[in-house]
Design a protein around this ligand. Structure first.
Ligand SMILES: Nc1ncnc2c1ncn2[C@@H]1O[C@H](COP(=O)(O)OP(=O)(O)OP(=O)(O)O)[C@@H](O)[C@H]1O
Ligand SMILES: [Mg+2]
Length: 230
């Protein structure tokens, strides 16, 4: 799934096992949430490099292809923004410009080759991104995005090192926690879920990222697994 810098829209294969896993993830997410709203959905993890951005990017693409409405992928990781790279887009002109009051929201989403999929990139790097994570400002931002797009998916920083994510988790409709199988220690995952639980965040489930192939074949070797929250 790495693709060596080729934008994901150019290398996406709808018949690939990973694409099937993402469709399954979306179905199970809807099933799990039942009557409750799913979006805005936030993708996070306990620590760095568990596959949050990759998972958010592919989930957004999968839903956009399913023709259920307009999808907006938002890069809320203003510390290590990466979503723009996966879609081959410039980083500037996005979340940070809006949160600083420099640009109105309607001009910022960038279109992609898929008519149903737009991307709101992180915007220019700012010195202290956490200072922009003001709950009333973020609430208004998410409401405005949700009015324009029925499906809003936020990529976010990891929970343990960055406080922005905890703030954001209280303002979304659902949260998916990505865990890199075989890499993230159990206690670190537990601490991440504890942070979410402490603020009553709507944790919808855990995505097991098996990219290192450490789980047995019935976990869909090398692809994604999904486990419902107990
Ligand atoms: N399922 C996967 N298959 C192949 N490569 C993957 C997979 N998941 C993640 N990777 C690779 O692992 C690295 C980290 O992934 P990604 O950037 O999605 O993680 P992240 O949790 O968003 O990291 P960060 O905390 O830095 O934002 C990237 O090089 C990505 O290409
Ligand atoms: Mg990331």
């Amino acid at each position: 799934m790495n693709g060596n810098g080729v934008p994901i829209l150019d290398r996406y294969d709808p018949e690939a096992p990973s694409a099937i896993e993402f469709r399954r993830l979306y179905s199970r997410l809807k099933y799990k949430m039942g009557e409750k709203p799913v979006f805005p959905l936030m993708m996070t993890s306990s620590k760095h490099e568990e596959g949050k951005t990759t998972t958010a990017a592919f989930l957004g693409l999968t839903i956009a292809r399913s023709d259920e409405g307009r999808v907006l992928l938002v890069d809320m990781d203003l510390h290590r923004p990466r979503l723009h790279r996966l879609y081959g887009l410039p980083m500037q002109g996005g979340v940070s410009e809006f949160l600083q009051g420099a640009e109105p929201l309607d001009r910022l989403p960038k279109s992609t080759a898929l008519p149903n999929l737009d991307i709101l990139t992180s915007g220019r790097m700012v010195r202290s991104p956490s200072a922009l994570f003001d709950p009333p400002l973020l609430r208004g931002f998410l409401e405005e995005l949700s009015r324009r797009y029925p499906i809003v998916i936020l990529d976010s920083p990891p929970l343990l090192p960055v406080s922005d994510t905890m703030v954001l988790s209280t303002l979304v409709a659902s949260v998916l926690l990505v865990v890199m199988a075989g890499k993230t220690p159990r206690e670190v995952v537990a601490r991440g879920t504890e942070i979410l639980r402490d603020v009553n965040a709507p944790l919808a489930g855990v995505v097991i990222n098996n990219s290192r192939g450490v789980l047995p074949y019935y976990y869909n070797y090398k692809y994604y697994g999904y486990r419902r929250k107990e």
